[in-house]
Design a protein around this ligand. Structure first.
Ligand SMILES: [Zn+2]
Length: 87
């Protein structure tokens, strides 16, 4: 309940969970401009999310260099789970 109220007052700001959920869309350049700037605003003040997105981006681009291979959803999910444990 408290969390829902907090969310109402934050108007468009993202938290770490939102960033984790949106990170692959961000890397794929599929976020709307306002979501993208909210995402970047969060990254600019959150070290763990910077590290997470950086790791995910380099993993995806490393896999992308292999012909016919895309980052499996399970790998993205395991990175997201790992970040949550570290928090
Ligand atoms: Zn964060």
């Amino acid at each position: 309940m408290l969390r829902a109220i907090t969310r109402l007052f934050r108007h468009g700001e993202l938290d770490c969970e939102d960033v984790a959920a949106l990170s692959s869309d961000y890397i794929d350049n599929e976020l709307k401009p306002e979501k993208r700037s909210a995402f970047q605003a969060h990254l600019s003040k959150c070290g763990p999310c910077q590290a997470f997105v950086g790791t995910l981006a380099s993993t995806i681009s490393a896999l992308g260099r292999l012909p016919g291979v895309t980052a499996p959803a399970a790998l993205k999910q395991s990175l997201i789970d790992r970040m949550h444990k570290e928090n």
